[in-house]
Design a protein around this ligand. Structure first.
Ligand code: KG4
Ligand code: ZN
Length: 340
């Protein structure tokens, strides 16, 4: 089955064509247009600006993804996300499905992030064995999910307040780094040499919220306040200090994410651990979680290629192929949709 997938939940406008490939999917085309430069100017996402840009780019993006290909179905993420942005993807998908008389498949954006781990490039690429523990870390969500099968999922933990990605974005803003903040904090932190780190390490301590709590609950609002206080006390900031604070922040958030995922592994004894969502692009998180998970006998670690971590339409296509959920042509966006 060949699916045209459309994604427009936040500031990206994306289209892809994917097809089933053994026990996973294969990406034929993957096009993403981002209005990031516009948001850079405003220091964050302005929903109205995002939607205006998406209206302009949705048709060219779909055309580019499709080329001359024939497809069997149209898939679209219908939530969670920004209402104005969602409407553009959903309405376009409905029009295309209706005009070409193809089935319309609705996809939950968060489910799609997880199922990006089923994208395979070759026969050697394995897909996660189930049951699996999934950690979805994005701009709006931080959730731990138990995947018992491809369709039976259980929410087992997550943040009680802010999402990890949101905390990264806030930290970047406070450090004077440009939007989107997560990759900037990641890059700044990775510039710190061992020598410089030793010099500041004991002075720049940020909290690791709930790290010793035995539950799978997380919290990232306190760490946002703590970094604001640290920055205030260290003003004027030098580039070196910015980099060190960025590194400490990344380590603090990542330690919590890794610790809670390992607790979930201990509790649910999965065969795989799956990392997904925009924050899954974080270098330290990818490396540390992989290292720690692989110490546990019999558990394999999976994370999508970088281009399938942030918002993209291939993951939407993957979800449509692996968990097809046919929609009626009056599908409506659901901005507050949860993961299970
Ligand atoms: O999944 P995503 O692309 O969009 C949502 O569904 O929210 O996630 C975006 C989030 C943003 O908060 C962004 O700053 C964060 O992912 N992010 C990162 C990195 N790359 C993106 N956070 C930390 N390190 C990164 N390398
Ligand atoms: Zn996302």
């Amino acid at each position: 089955m060949k699916v045209l997938a459309i994604e427009s939940t936040c500031d990206e406008t994306a289209a892809a064509v994917v097809e089933s490939f053994g026990d996973g999917v294969r990406v034929l085309t993957n096009i993403v247009a981002s209005s990031v430069e516009m948001h850079e100017k405003y220091g964050g996402i302005v929903p109205e600006v995002a939607a205006r840009e998406q209206i302009k780019s949705i048709i060219p993006v779909i055309k580019e993804a499709l080329g001359q290909m024939e497809i069997d179905a149209v898939a679209v993420s219908y939530g969670p996300g920004l209402m104005g942005s969602l409407l553009i993807g959903v309405e376009t998908a409905k029009a295309v499905a209706w005009a070409w008389e193809k089935p319309l498949l609705k996809v939950n954006h968060l489910t799609a992030h997880i199922l990006a781990n089923w994208i395979r490039k070759s026969d050697e690429d394995l897909v996660p064995s189930l049951p699996a523990v999934g950690l979805v870390v994005s701009g709006g969500h931080t959730d731990l999910i138990l995947l018992k099968s491809l369709s039976e999922w259980e929410w087992i933990g997550g943040t009680r307040d802010d999402a990890a990605g949101e905390a990264f974005d806030k930290a970047a803003r406070l450090l004077g780094l440009p939007y989107p903040g997560g990759p900037e904090v990641d890059t700044a932190g990775n510039k710190v040499t061992e020598e410089v780190w030793k010099q500041y390490k004991d002075k720049f301590n940020l909290p690791r919220p709930l790290i010793h709590d035995p539950s799978l609950e997380m919290s990232f609002s306190g760490i946002k306040a703590a970094i604001a206080r640290l920055i205030e006390s260290e003003k004027p900031l030098t580039e070196e200090k910015i980099n060190v604070i960025a590194k400490e922040f990344g380590e603090a958030v990542n330690e919590v994410l890794v610790k809670k995922t390992l607790l979930a592994v201990e509790k649910y004894q999965p065969k795989s651990v799956i990392l997904a969502g925009g924050v899954a692009a974080n270098k330290i998180l990818r490396e540390n979680l992989k290292k720690e998970v692989e110490k546990v006998a019999g558990v394999k670690f999976f994370v999508p290629e970088l281009k399938y971590c942030g918002d993209n339409a291939s993951m939407v296509g993957a979800a449509a192929v692996l968990r097809p959920d046919e929609a009626v042509l009056d599908l409506k966006p659901e901005p507050g949709l949860g993961i299970v």
